[in-house]
Ligand binder design. Structure first.
Ligand code: SF4
Length: 247
């Protein structure tokens, strides 16, 4: 069960974060058992980069495609180019397109890759580490000055410095789970969801748990037809209780 669940803050129209909610160790065990072995098969270790620029490029490639296609596209790019702002800013856009074709939306992504590479050169002298050396909030603001970089991508870049223990980038999967479970209201914004999830996942295991929760969202708490009948978090889920599943 979730501890202190009774303290949910009811606030009729405003976003509500259940800040006191923390995932209980029994549910952590269930998540570990069910999804622990999946992580490495979906996202091989070598594609979690320490280099923030590589993280930026793979995040662009990951948009609206599967993990497998994203990795294929990244490999295609890396075979043809050095994945550096210097190399990609001067590359021919049509050649970038060709190299990332397997990732889908390659026209848009190739353009973005070139634009952002140029901006990293111009604003940061080609080295994102200079932004990441700033205090976390300042660093995020700086990174968001880059074209096409919103909260989520800036947070992915911050993980290069702070790891997933200190930063959870909120994508649609985390957002869906947080809203369904009832950690936040349906209208909650990015920062509210992030704050609630940071509380929900205990810090000492947060890096690993954020991966497990993401797998849980992709495989069980799916956008369409969530598998509530086999859900390890069903007992704490508001969505399921509203629908009356499992009763
Ligand atoms: S019970 Fe259903 S809706 Fe709720 S978290 Fe589980 S899978 Fe998602």
């Amino acid at each position: 069960m979730v501890r202190k669940r009774d303290k949910i803050i009811a606030d009729n129209n405003k976003s509500k974060a259940v800040e006191e909610n923390t995932l209980d160790s029994n549910l952590i065990d269930l998540l570990e058992k069910k999804y622990g072995s999946l992580w490495k098969t979906i996202w091989p270790e070598e594609y979690t980069f320490k280099d923030p620029f590589k993280n930026l490029i793979i995040t662009i490639l990951s948009q609206n495609t599967s993990e497998a296609n994203c990795i294929r596209a990244y490999e295609g790019l890396a075979v043809k180019f050095d994945v550096t702002p210097q190399s990609l800013s001067g590359a021919d856009e049509s050649e970038i397109k060709e190299s990332i074709r397997s990732g889908g939306l390659y026209n848009v992504k190739a353009k973005r890759i070139r634009e952002v590479s140029r901006a990293v050169l111009e604003k940061f002298g080609g080295d994102l580490a200079s932004a990441l050396d700033l205090p976390k909030e300042e660093a995020k603001k700086k990174l968001m000055e880059l074209p096409g970089i919103g909260d989520k991508t800036a947070d992915v870049l911050l993980t290069s410095r702070y790891s997933y223990q200190k930063v959870i980038p909120i994508d649609t999967h985390f957002e869906r789970v947080a809203k369904r479970i009832g950690l936040v209201d349906r209208v909650a914004d990015y920062n509210t969801i992030q704050k609630a999830l940071m509380h929900f996942l205990p810090e000492e295991k947060r890096a690993q748990l954020s991966g497990l929760l993401w797998l849980f969202a992709k495989n069980t708490c799916k956008t369409k037809n969530p598998k509530c009948y086999e859900c390890p978090l069903a007992q704490i889920c508001e969505y399921k209780n509203k629908k009356g599943w499992g009763k």
